[in-house]
Ligand binder design. Structure first.
Ligand SMILES: C[S@@+](CC[C@H](N)C(=O)[O-])C[C@H]1O[C@@H](n2cnc3c(N)ncnc32)[C@H](O)[C@@H]1O
Length: 308
């Protein structure tokens, strides 16, 4: 079997509790629904992060010695916030080459067109694929790097897996490089839960789209009406969990396998980890980095941390 999507979905559906990898959310439809999420009033993350970019890029640029920079963005998405960051870096006198990495080739097209609309002269080298693999292409680059990991992407890695991911990123850096990490901070639990539980059902559609994607691409027969989106936030651990709950006893065919669901059985689809500033510092230290300076928005809901 040479289909990583099928292999990962089957492995996840055969696990107890059933768990799917959130990186498969982002097909063409998933990209579109994520754009809707980014525009939701209750999904406060992009506006907080954009405020920090608009207010603090000059300070961030001052910390970075090199004039020439490869700006490498992991899980780049649509580039709407990044273009503001790059404009700030250019205004601070940096020469930038932009390298967005994303698993979704479609979102990379959107990214390129959004960036070039505002910065037609910018050199841009999109790389499509899973960043666990494409990151290996970074080691050979000779210019100092500013690696961006924005949009609370780090929150999709819980506990040790976050440390492991950042340790891997560090392996591809030199002492001249920087990492700019966007992380969502712990706050009023109701504000956090609302971001993943909008009354319009957009986040529900985003989660259910993964079942739809399996129907389309893996010949599965999920009935989406038989599953309900259920997010849950634990204010002690700072973890927001998304589940799809099976509304009845049912069986689903996927490729040549049959998966059984009991009534009320959860299918875990995503974690979104929230951090205190101390949690962030501990995470960075555990990954082997040693310098961190965090820039916050005025509400102190989100952090952009510059890491040496
Ligand atoms: C939460 S969105 C954030 C997008 C962007 N960084 C922002 O701040 O708006 C996550 C992005 O990471 C991409 N992604 C998720 N898992 C990935 C992986 N394993 N490798 C590469 N890209 C991935 C998705 O396609 C999506 O564009």
């Amino acid at each position: 079997m040479d289909n990583p999507f099928l292999e990962d979905m089957l492995a996840g559906l055969q696990r107890q509790p059933k768990t799917l990898s959130s990186k498969y959310f982002y097909d063409k439809e998933g990209d579109k629904i994520f754009q809707e999420i980014m525009n939701m009033e209750s999904y406060y993350l992009p506006s907080c992060e954009l405020e920090i970019i608009e207010q603090k890029t000059e300070d961030i640029a001052k910390q970075i010695g090199s004039t020439e920079l490869d700006v490498i963005e992991l899980g780049a998405g649509d580039g709407v916030k990044t273009v503001k960051l790059i404009q700030g870096l250019l205004a601070a006198g940096k020469k930038v080459n932009y390298v967005p990495l994303d698993i979704s080739p479609d979102v990379l097209e959107t990214n390129k067109s959004n960036i070039l609309k505002q910065l037609p002269q910018l050199s841009i080298e999109p790389i499509a694929g899973d960043y666990f693999k494409t990151m290996q292409k970074l080691s050979g680059r000779t210019k100092p790097k500013l690696i961006l990991f924005l949009g609370s992407n780090i929150g999709n890695f819980k506990g040790q897996s976050g440390v492991d991911f950042l340790t891997l990123v560090k392996k591809h850096t030199t002492a001249e490089d920087y990492l700019l990490l966007g992380a969502d901070l712990k706050k009023d639990p109701e504000i956090i839960l609302k971001a993943y539980n909008d009354p319009e059902g957009i986040t529900a559609r985003f989660n259910l789209n993964l079942l739809h994607r399996m129907n389309k691409e893996l010949n599965a027969n999920f009935d989406l009406a038989n599953f309900k989106h259920y997010p849950y936030y634990n204010p002690i651990s700072g973890t927001c969990y998304s589940y799809l709950i099976s509304l009845k006893d049912q069986k689903v065919e996927i490729a040549d396998s049959t998966i059984f669901f009991q009534k009320n059985e959860p299918l875990h689809t995503e974690v979104s980890q929230k951090y205190s500033l101390q949690d962030l510092e501990e995470l960075i230290l555990a990954a082997g980095f040693n310098g961190i300076e965090s820039f916050l928005d005025t509400k102190e809901w989100f952090s952009l941390s510059l890491i040496r």
